[in-house]
Design a protein around this ligand. Structure first.
Ligand code: NFS
Ligand code: SF4
Length: 672
């Protein structure tokens, strides 16, 4: 394969090397399939309805823009009369429903485990972060002390956890009222949600209702469909995802800065390599424990390996990276490529973002795919070892043993690209508060101060996936570098954060290399990378909390929509990304997606999502495939917000001061 063509597929040299290896060995990957199969031109616009057996009905865009006749309009209608608006809105809504369901089902699993831990029924797990347990308990009105006044005694952590688990689990089936974490949002935001009737009642009900309303012949008003999509998405961001983050922190520890390493080079030829791929950290946490047990290491050595190397893939990777520094093999488009190294002895998968093609690729090598979740089986995967909270460590040990047993089966040639980058990760909402807020004020005050003063121009969230329809990581990198150059600090999660890590942006040293003078100064003073890795995709809830903290710290308006901030997912592909985008928009954030946009089949609906919705929620969607233009749009939005806050002049002053200082320094340099 020509170099030029390889560079179009991925900007990552490790990926390029593996794509070449796959081609030489006759192994097909997603990169080949993307070439052979183009997306359906009607489906890509969201304009294909297949929700009943009279269809599928396709409503391609009008042939002529002006002067559409009644006959033309009729053509743009499904058999039942569903308009392009309804069809496209239904498809969009179903993406939100599926994305929310994924996050909320993840959080259900964590909540159930949490309850078992609280009752002492999940040996091996414990409540690691008691301080966070108490903070979260307070937010759920769970007593953290027993008795009154001077007689008050702190309640044991198990008792607090038992009550907290019950309250949280009840929220999944709650039928009316409001979900609890809505109260965490700025007051003004809560009022907006209440005014528009989109405060979620419970976690499951909003998904179910949205699925009902998108059934044939139910909701036929695109605005009303998007309204329920909003309510559903809010049950993700301020519901399930936020619960996942909180409970995972309580059980496994709230992340603090920790060093890690990322890219395929973290695999070791002479070790048993176990890759943990998926999203839920429950089992990976136990694999991390098991892989350190002397008996298992000895067992690996008996089979001729030097040791056991654990590595993560996708969001499972982010979870164990930020809590234990477990190295990361790669982001979404790396999953097949890891197998192609020939060095992965077991690929352990749970749920979400796992390509079915893995089973085929694995057959070409010796890699054993082990499924671990009854909800996510894989045809052709040789082994299913289900996670079991009551015997989690035993399950983990069994999996590691399977990997070790498979080590002698490796077939030549093994080739691990010697490519990896160091990272500093673990910037939870609390850690940022500690680092940037200062311990005295205990808030985001210093961050705000730097924004108001103009050293930091604004805040950007860059999140989301890889997508084989665009060069892997390339949009992430172009966008992030543009933002940094313009003094915009970047908060990142998911595959975007891993992309940033691969090219050295998750190191403090990146500040002087990529940032404008103002942002560089702040990062260097505090000693942080200019891109803050905040975790997995469920941890986008940490970004909501950080934004809320900025509002509460003062000086930047009274609502999230006042902040000089914007969000983007330049390489999105999953339905979860749409759910996330919708809750960011509904939280007041200008949110841009790249690659393709799924509602272009209806101009009216797209117009509403890109413009009209802003009048209701203060945030809006936008689409921009070119990452440089995307950065320009985000910066323009940030500047608009700075102007509205009356802090645009401060930035001009700072830049002026900096230019003067540089000139003085240069002059002083000449003198000496
Ligand atoms: Ni988020 Fe994580 Fe990656 Fe996209 Fe998939 S792994 S949950 S969905 S592809 S960022
Ligand atoms: Fe066609 Fe209407 Fe059935 Fe959709 S619901 S497939 S538009 S007939």
């Amino acid at each position: 394969m020509a170099e030029l063509e390889l560079e179009k597929l991925s900007m990552d040299v490790a990926a390029q090397e593996m794509i070449k290896k796959a081609a030489a060995e006759g192994v097909e990957t997603i990169f080949d399939r993307a070439k052979a199969m183009k997306p359906c031109p009607i489906g890509i616009e969201g304009a294909c309805c297949r929700i009943c057996a009279q269809g599928p009905c396709r409503v391609p865009p009008p042939k002529k823009k002006e002067g559409e006749t009644a006959a033309d309009k009729k053509q743009r209608m499904g058999l039942c009369g569903a308009t392009a608006e309804t069809i496209v809105a239904r498809n969009f809504a179903r993406m939100v429903a599926s994305g929310t369901a994924s996050h909320n089902d993840h959080s259900r699993g964590v909540a159930k485990l949490f309850k078992e831990i609280a009752h002492g029924e999940a040996p091996g797990y414990e409540i690691k972060d008691v301080a966070k347990l108490r903070r979260v308990a307070r937010d759920w009105d769970v007593a953290i002390a027993a008795g009154e006044g001077d007689d008050a005694q702190p309640r044991p952590k198990e008792a607090i956890a038992q009550d907290l688990a019950d309250k949280i689990l009840a929220e999944f089936g709650q039928q009316d009222g409001e979900i609890n974490y809505v109260r965490r949002a700025p007051k003004k935001r809560q009022e907006i949600w209440r005014k528009h009737g989109v405060v979620p009642r419970g976690l499951d009900i909003e998904v179910v209702e949205l699925m009902h309303r998108t059934h044939m012949g139910v909701d036929q008003d695109y605005h009303n469909l998007i309204k329920q999509s909003t309510r559903c998405a809010l049950a993700d961001g301020w519901g399930g995802s936020m619960i996942s983050t909180d409970l995972q922190d309580i059980i496994f520890g709230c992340p603090v800065p920790i060093a890690g390493e990322i890219n395929l080079g973290v695999l070791k030829e002479d070790h048993v390599n176990v890759v943990m791929h998926g999203h839920e950290p429950l089992l990976p946490e136990m694999l991390y424990v098991a892989a350190q047990e002397p008996e298992l290491i000895q067992y690996a050595q008996n089979k001729g390996a030097k040791g056991i190397q654990l590595a993560g893939m996708c969001c499972s990777a982010n979870e164990v990276l930020m809590r234990h520094g477990v190295p990361v093999a790669g982001n979404y488009l790396h999953q097949e490529l890891a197998v192609i190294t020939g060095a992965v002895d077991a690929l352990v998968v749970d749920v979400q973002c796992e390509m079915q093609a893995l089973a085929n690729v694995a057959k070409c090598y010796h890699t054993k795919i082990i499924t671990t979740d009854d909800r996510a089986m894989m045809e052709g995967a040789p082994l299913h070892i289900p996670f079991d909270a009551h015997h989690a460590l035993d399950v983990a040990r069994r999996i590691i043993r399977e990997a070790i047993d498979n080590y002698p089966n490796r077939r030549a040639p093994v080739l691990i690209p010697s490519v990896s980058s160091p990272t500093i990760v673990g910037f939870s909402y609390e850690t940022i508060q500690y680092l940037l807020g200062g311990s005295i004020r205990g808030s985001y005050y210093t961050l705000n101060d730097n924004i108001i003063g103009g050293r930091i121009r604004g805040v950007a969230g860059v999140v989301g996936c890889n997508n084989c329809r665009t060069t892997q990581d390339s949009s992430h990198m172009t966008l992030i570098k543009e933002l940094l150059k313009n003094d915009v600090i970047v908060l990142s999660t998911g595959c975007a954060a891993m992309a940033a890590g691969k090219y050295g942006l998750l190191t403090p040293e990146a500040a002087s290399k990529y940032c404008g003078p103002g942002l560089a100064e702040v990062c260097e003073t505090v000693g942080i990378p200019p891109v803050l890795h905040m975790g997995a995709c469920v941890d986008n809830s940490r970004i909501l909390m950080a934004a809320t903290a900025c509002v509460k710290a003062g000086g930047l308006g009274t609502d999230i929509s006042d902040l000089p901030a914007a969000g983007a997912a330049p390489e999105w592909m999953s339905e979860k990304a749409i759910a996330i985008g919708q809750y960011f928009v509904a939280s007041g954030v200008y949110t841009l997606f790249g690659v393709t946009w799924p509602t272009t089949g209806s101009e009216l609906l797209t117009d509403y999502l890109f413009k009209g919705i802003e009048e209701e929620y203060g945030g809006k969607w936008d689409f921009e495939a070119d990452p440089e233009k995307m950065a320009a749009k985000m910066i323009a939005h940030i500047d608009k917000k700075r102007q509205a806050l009356g802090i645009d002049k401060a930035r001009e002053r700072v830049l002026f001061d900096m230019a003067m200082r540089r000139e003085l320094e240069a002059a002083a340099g000449e003198e000496h």
